[in-house]
Design a protein around this ligand. Structure first.
Ligand code: MF3
Ligand code: CO
Length: 249
């Protein structure tokens, strides 16, 4: 069942999302060659807590950290550790916040120093694909119109969309109905309605779409070792343009 949020609930989700955006500003300043990913996690934990909020991922199904940091062929759910960032890497950062019972969730992939043209294209296409999906997230459209728009943009660029992980509804729970796949035929699935809140999050591989889970039981890697990017926004469906709650300035 897809929960329609009241204006009051949307305002609470908006507040959580605002903290997510502010946390990204902090992380953006921190991301440099030589920084340990655990240092990013510590800064994220401290900042979110300083806002009277809770890092939403910590303890979620046993996840041990506040932020997911996924480097190069790590698709998502990378666990921060003592590894240092290096120039040429791409680093996915995924941040969730819970404030007053309501969640906000967003992800972006950053370049560390100079990256190859292929990686630059991967970041650009993945972020564009997210916005192509968001453009379709309007009342009256069907859910798979979002999925299809994402897949089309990615495959036109000769990249591939990860199938095994999806976006999601969000509200009083981090993951609510519906699941939001990043691929599929248009004009399928539930009709979108004003007041639905979705986290749309394409994961895009430069090579094949297949992924595997590492021995830590969290980190998802591309099967072929190709680099992967991830962008995510929490949005609200309205009668016309969706409101992007995790958009920076
Ligand atoms: N944005 C991701 C998701 O919606 C982040 C979850 S990480 C986890 O699934 F650790 F909380 F699982
Ligand atoms: Co999410």
């Amino acid at each position: 069942m897809i929960i329609i949020k009241s204006p009051r609930e949307i305002e609470l989700i908006r507040k959580s999302c605002r903290i997510v955006v502010k946390t990204f500003e902090l992380v953006g300043r921190l991301l440099k060659p030589g920084v340990k990913t655990i240092e990013i996690d510590e800064a994220v934990t401290d900042y979110i807590q300083s806002q009277g909020a809770r890092p939403a991922f910590k303890g979620y199904r046993g996840y041990p950290a506040s932020v997911c940091v996924s480097i190069d062929d790590q698709v998502v759910h990378g666990i921060p550790d003592r590894r240092k960032l290096e120039s040429g890497q791409i680093v996915g950062i995924d941040i969730g916040v819970q404030l007053d019972e309501y969640f906000g969730d967003a992800a972006r992939t950053f370049a560390i120093g100079e990256i190859s043209p292929k990686r630059q294209k991967l970041l650009k296409i993945t972020e564009e694909a997210l916005y192509k999906g968001i453009d379709k997230a309007v009342e009256g459209n069907r859910l798979s119109d979002v999925s299809h728009a994402i897949q089309k943009h990615v495959e036109n660029a000769n990249f591939s969309v990860v199938r095994d992980l999806v976006g999601h509804g969000i509200g009083r729970k981090l993951h609510e109905d519906p699941q939001v796949p990043n691929y599929g035929k248009p004009n399928h699935g539930p009709r979108l309605k004003e007041g639905m809140v979705l986290a749309i999050e394409p994961m895009v591989n430069a090579g094949g779409y297949q992924v595997r889970t590492s021995d830590d039981n969290w980190t998802i890697y591309t099967q072929d070792g190709s680099p992967s990017a991830h962008f995510e926004h929490t949005i609200v469906i309205t009668r016309d343009k969706p409101e992007i709650l995790t958009k920076g300035r």
